[in-house]
Design a protein around this ligand. Structure first.
Ligand SMILES: [Zn+2]
Length: 620
């Protein structure tokens, strides 16, 4: 398999074609409704994705608030391209070893889901022929683009989709890699490296949703599949693995269909409603289908290929059901899962006879209260079944929270760009590039090495700091203030690993709060290993650091308290000490640590204990 990434990162420079800030807002001042129709272009062809979407007959409601304006509403022409955003894109191009174009032309790329009031997205190719090196391997970056982000989906009801205009127009840098990635793990590493480069500019927005990745996966003999809009970097690996598994199942199905000589599937439904008069339960009962028709689609040669192979979750039956859902159905029933769902063996036998099917054949049943919907679903299922004979259809898929993906729509056609006639081209001169070159930030690879040397970190910890986007906070806290290892652990382990208390969804302590927390640990108010417990108390809403230390039960145990405790333990074990000498140190250490863990550091306890034992011997 081969994979490539498209990384989209929002910039914090203000919007791309108007004066609005790059900020989201939940305030809504007004809303309006528009519709999108598919029309043919100059070549007379209609884009397949546009036709697919227009057939759904949706209306789009747009909500505008304090960070949207007439440009975002498409009631005013776009302003000139934001020069600060273009500078960030050009700097990134230089960091990616890419060649900036002499002249930047803004283009219109059609958008079919209503997420843009114009029906297109403005996009500009900024640089070409770059590369990034990850794990010693060179990954090509054929293009760096600057484009506007789409509106943010805020709801949907029936045939109306609601979008918030605040996100529309926020600049996005789009970095596309070549298809040289060979595993899910490598995809994640490449995404991390590009993420570190983006953050190095210091001009990117931070937080969930500000960076989105499209993952393209293609297996040999299949078409490209695009998993669109992955927001969590760490899930990329899972999505790629899942997609490879899905494609493997599809290739196995294709080979078996070819072996059996399965003929083309007709997109013609057979009305079998009368066979289901006696069905009283399940989705095909007269009540559940509101007396709508039951349509059957014969699949000659498909028997046993709709269910998942042993030990695999992916199956062709699910793919067919996904297509039926795009026609507004809840799903399908297929012969590999029958008899079940209220359909008895008797109906299955009648269906097979009625459809003239043999034991190597399968069928799909669909139903909907409206006959046109059911017929459309049959057409879409038939189309997908025919694609199974070819192998892997090219398509766009949505990432799901459980690590799987779901069919979204066909891949858009290639001819969907048109010059943006409202924005003049920009000539990028040598002096501008020279100034940007002189002001380039430190590259992540260089910074990783410097962090390791300057702060005595392992290469792995330095890598984690950059991958987590914490290098800046690390340097602010570790530079002459707190022990680097403690700061690194706080930022790469304690904070990300913190399990938030019930009802708390977000915990973003300020750098001042982290500074105070580390300072308290430095001064021995609690042990360094108590940091996560105090953090948890802060996340749970402790009013102050003092309150958090008190709530965690780790504070209030002074050096004097420790010395008194150690003396008591030594006295209690005087006999053991006399008998076993130095071998008694470990059990005594264990006794003391059981009482002070999280309150005093182990190294300090060891030191106090050694002193007390020496004193005991001297006295004895
Ligand atoms: Zn605006």
């Amino acid at each position: 398999m081969r994979a490539g990434l498209e990384v989209h990162q929002q910039l914090a420079t203000g919007k791309l074609f108007c004066a609005c800030p790059s900020e989201l807002s939940d305030e809504v001042w007004l809303s309006f409704v528009r519709r999108l129709r598919a029309a043919s272009g100059e070549s007379q062809a209609v884009d397949p994705a546009a036709a697919f979407q227009a057939a759904r007959g949706l209306a789009y409601r747009y909500e505008a608030g304090p960070t949207s304006c007439l440009v975002d509403m498409d009631e005013e022409p776009p302003h000139a391209i934001n020069p600060a955003a273009l500078d960030v894109a050009l700097s990134l191009a230089l960091l990616l070893n890419a060649r900036p174009l002499d002249e930047i032309e803004v283009m219109r790329k059609i958008v079919v889901d209503g997420s843009n009031t114009t029906g297109f997205q403005r996009t500009a190719l900024v640089a070409v022929d770059g590369h990034v090196t990850v794990g010693g391997k060179r990954i090509s970056v054929p293009t760096v683009c600057l484009e506007e982000d789409a509106a943010r989906k805020s709801g949907a009801s029936g045939t109306e989709v609601v979008y918030r205009l605040d996100r529309l127009g926020i600049p996005l840098v789009e970095i596309a890699t070549g298809p040289e990635i060979e595993s899910g793990a490598e995809a994640r590493e490449v995404a991390e490296e590009i993420g570190a480069l983006l953050r190095a500019t210091g001009k990117v927005r931070r937080g969930i949703g500000t960076i989105r990745e499209d993952v393209n996966v293609s297996a040999e003999g299949g078409h490209r599949v695009e998993i669109k809009g992955v927001q969590e970097l760490r899930k990329i690996e899972e999505y790629v693995r899942g997609e490879v598994a899905r494609q493997e199942v599809l290739l196995t199905v294709r080979d078996e269909l070819r072996r059996r000589g399965a003929p083309a599937v007709p997109d013609r439904a057979v009305d079998v409603t009368e066979l289901f008069g006696s069905v009283t339960s399940g989705p095909l009962s007269a009540g559940a289908r509101s007396n709508g028709p039951v349509l059957a689609l014969p699949l000659v040669g498909f028997a046993d290929l709709l269910r998942s192979p042993p030990g695999v979750e992916e199956r062709l039956g699910r793919e067919l059901a996904e297509r039926a859902r795009t026609a507004g159905l809840r799903g399908i029933l297929h012969s590999d899962e029958l008899p079940a769902f209220g359909v008895g063996a008797e109906q299955v036998a009648q269906l097979r006879s009625r459809l003239q099917l043999g034991s190597a054949d399968a069928f799909v049943l669909v139903t909907h209260a409206r006959r046109e919907r059911a017929e459309e679903a049959v057409r879409r299922v038939a189309e997908r079944a025919n694609q199974a004979r070819e192998g892997i259809p090219g398509e766009t898929r949505d990432p799901l929270p459980d690590g799987r993906t779901r069919y979204s729509r066909p891949l858009p056609g290639r001819d969907r760009m048109y010059p943006e006639t409202d924005v003049p081209p920009i000539v990028v001169g040598g002096p501008r590039l020279e100034a940007l070159q002189a002001g380039l930030p430190e590259r992540p690879a260089v910074r990783r090495q410097r962090l390791a040397t300057q702060y005595g970190l392992s290469a792995e910890v330095a890598r984690q700091l950059l991958a987590a986007g914490e290098a800046d906070r690390f340097e602010a806290l570790a530079d002459g203030r707190h022990p680097p290892a403690l700061v690194a652990r706080l930022l790469t382990q304690d904070l990300p690993g913190l399990s938030l208390p019930e009802g708390v969804t977000e915990f973003e302590p300020s750098i001042e709060a982290l500074d105070a927390l580390l300072g308290a640990a430095d001064r021995g108010r609690f042990a360094k290993e108590g940091v996560p417990a105090v953090l948890a108390a802060l996340a749970a809403g402790a009013a102050s650091l003092d309150a958090a230390i008190a709530a965690s039960g780790l504070g209030g145990f002074s050096r004097a308290d420790l010395e008194a405790l150690v003396d008591r333990v030594v006295d209690r074990n005087a006999k053991l000490l006399d008998e076993r000498g130095d071998a008694a140190f470990q059990p005594l250490m264990g006794d003391v640590m059981r009482e002070v863990r999280g309150r005093r550091d182990g190294s300090e306890v060891a030191e106090v204990l050694r002193t007390a034992i020496a004193r005991h011997r001297a006295a004895g």
